[in-house]
Each structure stands twice: as C-alpha cells, then as structure tokens.
Design a protein around this ligand. Structure first.
Ligand SMILES: NC(=O)c1ccc[n+]([C@@H]2O[C@H](COP(=O)([O-])OP(=O)(O)OC[C@H]3O[C@@H](n4cnc5c(N)ncnc54)[C@H](O)[C@@H]3O)[C@@H](O)[C@H]2O)c1
Length: 400
C-alpha cells in the first residue's frame, strides 16, 4: 500500500505544506471544510497570495500527487493545520482542532502518525491524545501523536517551510522519533526533538518575544513623536550598538500569529505573564494612538478632507488582513463621516463591499495621505507638496 499523507486545513500553512510534501513524490490528500477551497485546489489554483505556491500546486495536482476533498479518508500521516483563533475574552478557541480530530477518528489506524501544526495552548496535544484514546481505547500505544509548530514568514513560505529549523515534540519518545523521521523526508533545516508541551510552549514564546520587542519599538515611536525625533533614524543609530537590535514600529501588530499567540500564554498564566500582557496592550494601544493622530489631522484641516489609507494588510507585501491594525484604522474612519476615505491595498483585488483605489489615483485625489503599511510599491512615490502626509510605518521617512 502506498504511503499517504492527509493535511487537514488548506490555508496559509496547510496548502503549502501539502504541496511541498507532494512535490517529494508522496501522495497527499488535502482536506478542507470549504467547498470552494477544494475546487480551487483541484483545478491547480490557489485561493491565497503566496509567491511560487501556485506553480507548485499546479504541478503536484497535474501529477495527481495532491488531491483536495471535503471528507477525510484513511492515511498514514495526518497533519492538522486548521485555525486556532481566540474568543472575545481572548481565551484560545481550540474547537477547530477538536473538530478536525473528530473528523479523522473513524479513519485512524494502528501505526498512524498524527501531527498538530496549528498553534495551540500548552497541553493541547496531550488533550487531543486523551480524546482519541477515550473514543478508541484500542489505539493506545499503537499510534503516534506529536506537535510540530510552523514558523514560516508569509511571502517566503515555500523557502522557509523547507529550510527553517523545526521543533518536534511527541506525547512520548517514540512519537517524537516518528515525527522526526517524517519531517526528515522533506525538511532541509534542522529538526529538534523535545516533548509536546515544550514544542507548544516554544511556538507561543517565539511570537511573544516578537510582540514584546515590537511593543518596545511602538512605545519608542510614541515617545519620539512627542520629542520631535525621527524614530526610524533613532532606531537605526541605536542598532549600531553591537548588542542592540530594536525592531521597527508600525500601526500596531496584526496577523494570525504575533497578535494572537501571546494571549494563549496570558490566558493560561495570567499572574505570571505581566510583561507579555503589558506588551500586548501597548501594541493594541498603538493602533488607537494612530487613530487619534489621524483624527487630529482631520480636525485641523478646515473642511472634510479626502484621506487615502495606504495599505490595509497586516504587514508589507502580503494580502493577509487578519487582525490587521491598518484595516482597523481604515474601518474606524470608514464608519464615521469625518472624511472621505480611499482604501488602498495593492495586494488585494477586492475587500468585501469596500471599493479599492489604485495607489497612484489615491495620492492624486487625497488631501491627506496616511501610510499604514510599508508596501514596496509605496516606496519612493512622488507626492505633490500640497498634500499632508502621515507616515506610521516608516515607508517615507526610513533612511537607508
Ligand atoms: N499563517 C501563518 O503565517 C502561520 C504561521 C505559523 C503558524 N500558523 C498556525 O497554523 C494554523 C493554521 O493557520 P492558517 O494561517 O493556515 O489558517 P487559514 O485560515 O489560512 O487556513 C485554515 C483552513 O482550515 C480550514 N478548516 C477549518 N476547520 C477545518 C476542519 N475541521 N477540517 C478541515 N479544514 C478545516 C479552513 O476552511 C481554512 O481553509 C493556525 O493555528 C495558525 O496559528 C499560521
């Protein structure tokens, strides 16, 4: 029987993972609950923006190495790459993971390896193992379950997925070993073995580290604004110190990882994670601060201005708007009657019912131009001197 991998969730992580595994001549079934995602992938197309992914998906679909479908089926390895959002009270919502595990329960067989790649609160992999063994006690000690977090950079996923170092942690030593052996089939980076809890914590800590350090940069940007100092110049100068490496400030912190994962720690270790929580709050505050600065500019304008909001994704050069602070800023003004809003996001074809403007048209039409995301195409734009420019991402003022 042919060795077969099943990837549950064909999103930003699951689809590239499925395609890379398939490109190693390993048959992959991709499972997604969305019919349109299944249809798009089976046509050899993709439903997200990620360089090089479409060509890879097309090639493995054409070779019949990747097939998408709604319903799981038996396989040798199951990879769970489905969302783990948080709820309104910032507690993690692992019901998607639970549902994905439920959906494969009828198909799990002796010798199977189940890997959770979704970002999860500490202890989730053990809980999922208990869930499986409660329902299928005969599988105890006969299957392997591990956690392996993903740490790719959107926009560079195809390279990083293969070349980044990975952490694998099983619910027992043999599960760790099985996961290690599996990733060895297609990962060129180092693969580091630990237990499931440490691997889960590792992912949360990595993103909390980034959140805390971005909060420092964002706080500096607010201080520098008051002190009339260019924060990007300041950071560049400070970073000439051999042991200083300050990150870049921005409109806030967005995306599905850095803005989300620290809450998984805070909600479980609330008394112990004071710094992490404060950093999260500082980054949320930065977006409110940006809104206040724009509001003041509009109030001082004298009439209702046309404002171009440049960039709506959560970071430069991608189409992902999840938890995007730039979108939060835009939506705030779009809902009010303070100004005429022009939405500019060159990485998106459409944004629900909001009309998008081309950036060159927007900078012609607008009275106030607000840079929220440092997209490459915004660099070196020629803007006439009578326009008011607010740059919250350093795309205009960052000096090379
Ligand atoms: N996007 C990133 O850069 C990134 C990086 C590292 C880790 N992660 C983590 O990886 C996980 C997946 O993130 P993503 O960005 O790929 O999410 P995504 O929203 O892009 O994709 C998830 C897909 O899973 C599907 N899905 C939901 N429930 C399902 C189920 N029960 N069975 C099958 N499919 C189901 C959805 O329809 C969707 O297409 C999350 O836990 C995230 O935190 C993401």
């Amino acid at each position: 029987m042919t060795f077969k991998v099943e990837v549950l969730g064909l999103g930003y992580i699951g689809l590239p993972t499925a395609a890379i595994i398939a490109s190693n001549n390993i048959p992959v079934i991709g499972i997604d609950v969305k019919q349109d995602v299944v249809n798009i992938v089976n046509r050899g197309n993709i439903h997200i923006i990620e360089p090089e992914l479409e060509g890879l998906v097309k090639s493995v679909v054409d070779k019949k190495l990747l097939k998408a479908q709604l319903q799981p089926e038996p396989a040798d390895v199951f990879i769970i790459a489905i969302p783990t959002p948080f709820m309104d009270d910032y507690h993690p919502d692992v019901t998607f993971v639970e549902n994905a595990i439920e959906s494969i329960l009828p198909y799990i067989r002796e010798g199977n390896l189940i890997i959770i790649e979704s970002t999860c609160p500490v202890g989730t992999t053990e809980h999922m193992a208990e869930r499986i063994f409660r329902r299928n006690p005969e599988l105890k000690d006969k299957i392997f379950i591990a956690y392996c977090p993903e740490r790719v950079l959107p926009g560079n996923v195809i390279y990083e997925l293969v070349h980044n170092d990975r952490i694998v942690g099983g619910i027992d030593a043999i599960s760790t070993q099985k996961a290690f052996d599996f990733y060895k089939l297609f990962i060129k980076g180092g693969i580091h073995q630990t237990n499931a809890r440490t691997a889960e914590m590792c992912k949360l800590v990595e993103n909390s580290f980034r959140d805390v350090n971005i909060a420092f940069a964002n706080e500096l940007s607010i201080i520098c604004d008051k002190a009339n100092i260019n924060v990007w110049e300041l950071i560049k100068l400070a970073n000439y110190h051999p042991r200083v490496n300050i990150l870049q400030p921005g409109t806030g912190v967005g995306g599905h990882c850095i803005a989300v994962d620290p809450w998984f720690l805070i909600s479980e270790f609330s008394d112990e994670s004071i710094l992490i929580k404060t950093a999260r709050q500082r980054n949320l505050y930065k977006t409110k601060w940006v809104i206040n600065k724009i509001t003041n500019e509009i109030s001082n304008f004298g009439r209702k201005p046309i404002v171009a909001f440049m960039g709506l994704s959560f970071k430069p050069n991608i189409d992902d708007i999840r938890e995007s602070p730039a979108l939060e800023v835009f939506n705030h003004f779009y809902r009010t009657n303070l100004c005429t809003c022009l939405a500019v996001e060159p990485n998106l074809q459409k944004l629900e019912d909001i009309p998008l403007s081309a950036y060159d048209v927007a900078i012609e039409q607008a009275d106030i131009i607000v840079f929220l995301v440092a997209h490459n195409v915004f660099k070196n734009l020629k803007i006439s001197e009578n326009k008011k420019i607010l740059d919250f991402c350093g795309v205009r003022t960052q000096k090379e």
